[in-house]
Design a protein around this ligand. Structure first.
Ligand SMILES: *[C@@H]1O[C@H](CO)[C@@H](O)[C@H](O)[C@H]1NC(C)=O
Ligand SMILES: *[C@@H]1O[C@H](CO)[C@@H](O)[C@H](O)[C@H]1NC(C)=O
Length: 219
């Protein structure tokens, strides 16, 4: 198995106890809190109960530094296998600008402004398959079939300035999406998993591009 410190590094210096030890590490991780994702575009079409175009720009994801690793599977000497890890985070918040148009369940929704989406008590399941890549006579791990799947106890949504700031309509939509947070989240899950998964994959690519895979083990 990977040594403990490397496990922590893997999910982005998430273990408080080893943080100091790695502060000057040459593994140059992206800053994870705040994490700056690429723009997120969700186009949910079809006949489903949620049909909308939703875009997040200039976003920040806050809270990932409070993540705690719960379980690791794989990560053995053989990299060409399925690897899984589970981490828990008390609160993950996406803040930034949004633009939305479409329909959520029965409600038409339209607007642009700032938003705050907070996931409370989430557990993230990450899985991927390793493939060996030879570089300068060493074997590095490349990540394929990367999947991220969150489970969450609650999502709190806050969209400011819906309907050009119409308070009654805006409050109605915010109240409605919060009362139906689970249904809304289930509808957005697939595009969300893809977008957020890409962000997490990018972090993990950085970790495993840095050194040959064997180096992540205790000698
Ligand atoms: C989403 O955007 C596309 C093109 O930009 C448009 O054709 C479609 O009607 C929009 N859907 C909704 C639900 O607004
Ligand atoms: C986002 O919303 C959560 C839950 O309502 C709140 O606790 C948090 O302070 C907000 N964060 C920001 C940056 O507005």
């Amino acid at each position: 198995m990977l040594n403990f410190s490397m496990k922590c590094l893997l999910i982005g210096l998430l273990c408080a106890s080893v943080k100091a030890e790695f502060r000057d590490s040459s593994i140059n991780l992206l800053s994870i809190d705040p994490l700056i994702p690429e723009d997120i575009h969700i186009n949910q079409g079809g006949d489903g109960p949620v049909q909308l175009n939703l875009t997040f720009t200039n976003s920040q994801i806050l809270g990932l530094s409070k993540a705690v690793a719960k379980e690791f599977k794989g990560f053995g000497k053989d990299l060409a296998t399925k690897h899984e890890l589970i981490f828990k985070v008390p609160r993950v918040t996406l803040v930034g600008n949004y633009a939305i148009s479409g329909k959520i369940l029965i409600l038409p929704v339209q607007g642009e402004g700032t938003c705050n989406l907070t996931m409370v008590d989430s557990e993230y399941h990450v899985s991927f398959k390793g493939i060996p890549e030879e570089k300068d006579g060493n074997t590095f791990m490349k990540l394929t079939n990367f999947r991220l799947h969150p489970e969450t106890k609650l999502v709190i949504y806050k969209f400011d300035n819906l309907f050009n700031g119409d308070k009654v309509l805006g409050d109605t939509v915010n109240k409605f999406v919060n009362e139906n947070w689970k249904e809304v989240f289930d509808e957005l899950r697939v595009p969300f998993d893809k977008s957020f998964g890409a962000v997490i994959k990018h972090i993990m690519d950085e970790v495993f591009n840095k050194y040959p895979y064997a180096k992540y083990f205790n000698e």
